[in-house]
Design a protein around this ligand. Structure first.
Ligand SMILES: Nc1ncnc2c1ncn2[C@@H]1O[C@H](COP(=O)(O)OP(=O)(O)OP(=O)(O)O)[C@@H](O)[C@H]1O
Ligand SMILES: [Mg+2]
Length: 163
């Protein structure tokens, strides 16, 4: 047996299993993000129990373009800066893991606006490099997760056993 150092994209797909192992964990992470962003209204739409499509729309703070671009990178968070902050954090998330994890195992699209200036759309396909473009969106954020685990056959098979 010889040792391989995993490609970063594969490593992220493996690590994603710690954060998302079924559609409900995607919904939990995205609703938590909406609440952390101060949303008062959060809409959830599911297709086929979340396996074909999960859409979460909020009316929270939204993100300016540069934050939107960073949000899908690992360890990118607005919620802590140093390890001591974990003791006093008041948000539901702080790891900077949820969005990159979800984006590595789905066709992912986030559209967001602070209500000022242009909205931003960030798409990631199975953990590939993000594509960022201007968009139109009211203040808040919409995340669309299509084909969850389409590129992780073992997870897909596990989901089939659940239903
Ligand atoms: N719905 C949203 N509205 C506004 N900003 C958001 C939204 N979702 C994510 N963000 C921004 O993107 C960052 C990354 O989100 P992500 O869920 O990956 O990490 P986190 O919430 O900081 O930590 P955790 O991995 O524990 O959830 C957040 O810190 C936040 O700044
Ligand atoms: Mg989060």
């Amino acid at each position: 047996m010889s040792i391989n150092v995993l490609d970063p994209r594969v490593a992220q797909q493996v690590a994603a299993g710690e954060v998302v192992d079924r559609p409900a964990s995607v919904v939990k992470e995205l609703v938590e993000n909406a609440l952390d962003a101060g949303a008062s209204r959060v809409e959830v739409e599911l297709g086929d129990g979340g396996t074909s499509r999960i859409l979460i729309r909020d009316d929270g703070s939204g993100m300016p373009p540069e934050d939107a671009r960073l949000s899908v990178l690992r360890h990118a968070t607005s919620k802590i800066q140093k390890v001591e902050d974990i003791e006093t954090v008041t948000t539901l998330g702080f790891r900077g893991e949820a969005l990159p994890s979800i984006a590595s195992v789905s066709s992912f699209c986030l559209t967001t606006s602070t209500g000022e200036g242009a909205a931003t759309k960030v798409t990631v396909d199975g953990g590939a490099n993000a594509e960022v473009s201007p968009a139109s969106h009211p203040k808040g954020t919409t995340v669309l997760v299509d084909r969850l685990f389409y590129n992780v056959p073992a997870r897909r098979a596990f989901l089939k056993r659940l239903v």
